[in-house]
Design a protein around this ligand. Sequence first.
Ligand code: NFS
Ligand code: SF4
Length: 621
Amino acid sequence: PRPVEALSIWEDARAMLTKARAEGIETAHERLQQQTPHCKFCELGVSCRNCTMGPCKITPKAPRGVCGADADVIVARNFGRFVAGGSAGHSDHGRDLVEVLESIVEGSTSDYRITDEAKLRRIAAELGVTVEDRSTMDIAAELIDIFYADFGSRKKEVAFLCRVPAKRRELWDRLGMTPRGVDREIAEMMHRTHMGCDNDAPNTLIHAARTALADGWAGSMIGTELSDVIFGTPQPSMSHANLAAIKKDKVNILVHGHNPVVSEMILAAAREPALIAEAEAMGAQGINVAGLCCTGNELLMRQGIPMAGNHLMTELAIVTGAVEAVVVDYQCIMPSLVQIAGCYHTLFIDTAQKARFTGAVHFDIHPHNALEQAREIVRMAVQAYARRDASRVQIPGEPVNIMTGFSNEAVIAALGGSLDPLVQAIAAGDIRGAVGIVGCNNPKFQQDSMNVGLAKELIKKDILVLVTGCVTTAAGKAGLLLPEAAEQAGPGLRKICGALGIPPVLHYGSCVDNSRILQLCAALANALGVDISDLPVGASSPEWYSEKAAAIGLYAVASGIYTHLGHPPHILGSQTVTDLAVSGLEDLVGASFFIEPDPVKAALAFDLRIRAKRKALGLGE
Ligand code: NFS
Ligand code: SF4
């Protein structure tokens, strides 16, 4: 086996990997080795299983599948479906928030309520809904119709395109990239990639971009905005991160997955005095809810709960032996967690009909029964505390403090009510540009080496970094989400952070919250009267693994944002598709992908890009 030092940059991860090995517990790292070498054809994207004349794979001796599809067509189709999968994940999550809002309006739930009425009204007004002299519920009802329609087929474009700079919208119209409806674009992608439909790789990729844009500017954006309306818009607050977020003397419940709908209820139940008293009666010092992955991010942003870890920490968190329950909703939940939980007293509880795990305890949670079910879950976790084996508990290290809660609303408030000071700081060159570092862990990389390495390099160059998703915990554990981290930044960024008391790396939320970054870029472009592609900004997903990350990368590029990936998607088997991704898209949408596994070189590429964009805007380098 590979030394644990090679697998992760973190002491807490290394300690738990060592413990897992000693206890005979297998993790993603061992399974990666079993799967290596991967199938070359799948890796290059040149295998196809879209019909039963195949499966087919492209080789020099067999350059076409049975139907005649060549490498370009097969790679484009596979990538198109990959992006559709990611867009579906984010967007179905967004739809779940519309359903919760509908339950609130219909009065079929009292567990959820509208927390930020002002935001609801602001969004409604932005989308052309009359808000004067109307009740909040009335406005909400109309908003629900608008958002449901965004998933359908009757619209020419999704609602939030009103936020997009005019130049960009014209470009999308011209290219046939304007997203009309979330479900429509996803369904059309499935249609196009059936045998004998879209057999022109560039054309398929244009639709892949449209599908991704439906995610970023509709599905994800609806998810973010309605989560704020229902659970509150994030405001800066302090919390902490790493496995020491798990407390030795408390009942530990980890919430994992993506949607705040269930995890907010778990937290609410865990804060009820009656359940805390039950925990104390069991000899525990209370109940501790900590987060994993994006559900963790959602609760961290709004409720300040600590983060136990990101994607590659999810298995290792259970290995501490101190977790009573892992409560999951959906996405990025390794099925292996059921087996690992089974090696301890840990309960693995699934809560969504669309994400069931064989061997899990299932709770069918809906808006009308959510809090009651959450109480039952918390009670089970409290009882599990009695079964904890103290001799197997090992919680490594000390937690690292982090600052969280940077919604655009909070940033604008911190800037004194408008984006002008940010625009001025960019114009003056104190902040030379901004890069969003987002996405995952992947056992193919030393965990968080790229995520942290890139963030550090960028802030040195006076480039503000925004993080979401699993990069959050990485940046947090590295101490970068603290105002003190400004000492590691270049002089300009250090000055601005010092004046505002903010970190040089801002936590912007979960992965659907990348829509906050889109909105910020659009607002900056509108303020300057330019297109998003003219801004000195970039995006990166250094250690990405998921279909969702591919969708994010593609909507970033299609929105005009230069985007880095630490390793390529499965497209290298087609020269046409690869060329388009890494250069051809530049001519079409004013941005492209670049692939670079070295964080220092990636930072240099961003630096060059930002220099060029600043120069074109008439700003100093
Ligand atoms: Ni984003 Fe969040 Fe993490 Fe990657 Fe998964 S949790 S939606 S996909 S692994 S960042
Ligand atoms: Fe083979 Fe074409 Fe069928 Fe794909 S669609 S499996 S390339 S015959």
